[in-house]
Design a protein. Structure first.
Length: 310
């Protein structure tokens, strides 16, 4: 059976508690603000985890398209961390358990991987499934980040979804899994964090916080986010200083804020994406200004760069 070929169990599935929620976050597509990568890092650095199983890299990755990193020190290769797509058993801050599917999005065998995930959900009696990713949108950084919600949980959609487009979108593996889960009637919710597009290439802590808050509302899980919130406060303080020092930049931010607030006042499910005229604002100038600022900030903060030692 291809499940045994692609997915290797690290513990007996009979030892995994039944009826847990599944949370998923796969990197590789439109991870604006580093939301998913931050959530993954947060889970493994902050919470208690136990490996349930992992997928076989050689069957799922095009190594030449995204080459793994080796650490080189002077004359030697000193470390290599292979890519990972795994299912883990995790405890939240209060000890409540959940299953966490995380890591890379496969290049190959989406249908087979999807079938395996659905089989695991069935075998483990998963209660509900939630997943997160993030996309860049023309929203202001001075407002709370919104989410678009997909799936079949009307209670979550009604409470949280700030934008409900009718459109075609580039698919991800989690879109496929959500689609299959909907066909079976399994409770599922997908959260897309809407990140200011001029911060899409930065590691924006508030994006990870928004993702974790969404999962909390869908599952009841509790995540300690004090460290992320402090990082976010410092990050936004730096952005605010840059905006305050530039009159034109301030005007552009004001425009984004005005359009955001106007739509929120006029719509029961407020969309921060459009103004009253229904047009998406052009914020290319603000994007360039803040990207330049973030690039300088990244250069200043980066430790151990070879060029710094010369």
């Amino acid at each position: 059976m291809f499940r045994d070929e692609i997915f290797r169990e690290a513990m007996e599935l009979s030892d995994v508690p039944r009826g847990l929620p599944l949370v998923a976050g796969l990197t590789g597509f439109a991870d604006a603000g580093g939301a998913v990568s931050q959530v993954n890092k947060y889970v493994f650095e902050t919470l208690e985890t136990q490996r349930v199983g992992a997928f076989v890299n050689d069957l799922l990755i095009d190594y030449r398209a995204r080459r793994p990193l080796f650490h080189f020190e002077e004359t030697s290769l000193t470390s290599y961390e292979p890519p990972r797509l795994s299912l883990d058993l995790v405890k939240d801050e209060l000890g409540a358990q959940f299953l966490f599917l995380s890591g890379y999005e496969p290049d190959f065998r989406w249908e087979q991987v999807s079938d395996i995930v659905l089989d695991l959900i069935d075998d483990l009696g998963v209660e509900s499934s939630s997943w997160v990713h993030a996309i860049p949108m023309p929203v202001p950084h001075t407002r709370s980040l919104g989410v678009t919600v997909s799936g079949n949980r009307d209670d979550i959609t009604d409470a949280l979804s700030v934008w409900r487009p009718t459109t075609s979108v580039p698919g991800t593996l989690m879109h496929l899994i959500e689609y299959r889960l909907q066909e079976t009637g399994h409770p599922t919710a997908g959260f897309v964090v809407l990140v200011p597009h001029y911060l899409a290439d930065a590691e924006f802590p508030d994006a990870a916080i928004a993702a974790l808050q969404s999962v909390s509302q869908a599952t009841g899980l509790i995540f300690p986010t004090d460290a992320l919130r402090e990082s976010g406060r410092l990050f936004l303080q730096g952005i605010a200083e840059q905006v305050d020092d530039n009159h034109e930049l301030r005007k552009l931010v004001d425009t984004l804020e005005s359009r955001h607030d106007s739509y929120m006042e006029d719509n029961p499910i407020p969309s921060p994406l459009m103004g009253a005229d229904g047009e998406i604002p052009n914020a290319d100038d603000i994007a360039q200004e803040l990207q330049d600022f973030l690039a300088k900030r990244s250069d200043q903060d980066a430790p151990g760069e070879v060029l710094d030692e010369t």
